[in-house]
Design a protein around this ligand. Structure first.
Ligand SMILES: [Zn+2]
Length: 170
């Protein structure tokens, strides 16, 4: 069986990232014992990444370099913004967690899309947030291995994602 459209594949990998100043630095490791699963052909991963895996079999290794433009895009200074503290008080009351630097908060943009922002500073002006993806502006380098390949269930294909262990439970 090979990696192709409508297969659910499991991969292990080591991701390194380079913002152009630091050189390639370790960022994330997904071990063989807990592979990352995705449904091929659903834009679950970067197209360049998927392209590099097509046609591979279980046990095959891969090594993929993706420049920032084909990964999370550039870093935009204007995606940093200051939000009044009072805006955070609207949702919930007792269960509200305290605002803390480093916390990632899901919010909505003007179009109603969910976006995540990281709190980078809190002061008298309000809560300073960065809505850039954590790896914006980074070139990525993946080294990994194909751990599993199976046919996707018709329902998974309809939903466009993996069900069961390592996927959606619903
Ligand atoms: Zn589903």
């Amino acid at each position: 069986m090979q990696v192709e459209k409508n297969k659910v594949i499991g991969i292990s990998y080591r991701l390194k990232a380079d913002n152009g100043e630091t050189g390639m630095q370790p960022w994330e490791e997904v071990p063989e014992t807990a592979p990352f699963l995705f449904l091929v052909g659903t834009d679950s991963v970067f197209p360049k990444f998927e392209e590099a895996l097509i046609g591979k079999s279980i046990g095959d290794e891969f090594s993929v370099f993706i420049d920032f433009d084909n990964a999370y895009g550039d870093y935009y200074e204007e995606r940093k913004t200051v939000i009044p503290k009072s805006n955070f008080k609207q949702q919930g009351t007792e269960k509200r967690e305290p605002l803390k630097v480093g916390k990632v908060v899901p919010m909505q943009d003007e179009k109603g899309n969910q976006i995540k922002g990281e709190i980078i500073k809190i002061n008298y002006l309000g809560v300073h947030m960065d809505f850039n993806p954590p790896l914006a502006g980074y070139d990525l380098s993946f080294e990994g291995k194909i751990i599993s390949i199976r046919d996707a269930e018709p329902e998974e294909i309809t939903h466009g994602h993996v069900h069961g262990l390592g996927g959606q439970n619903h």
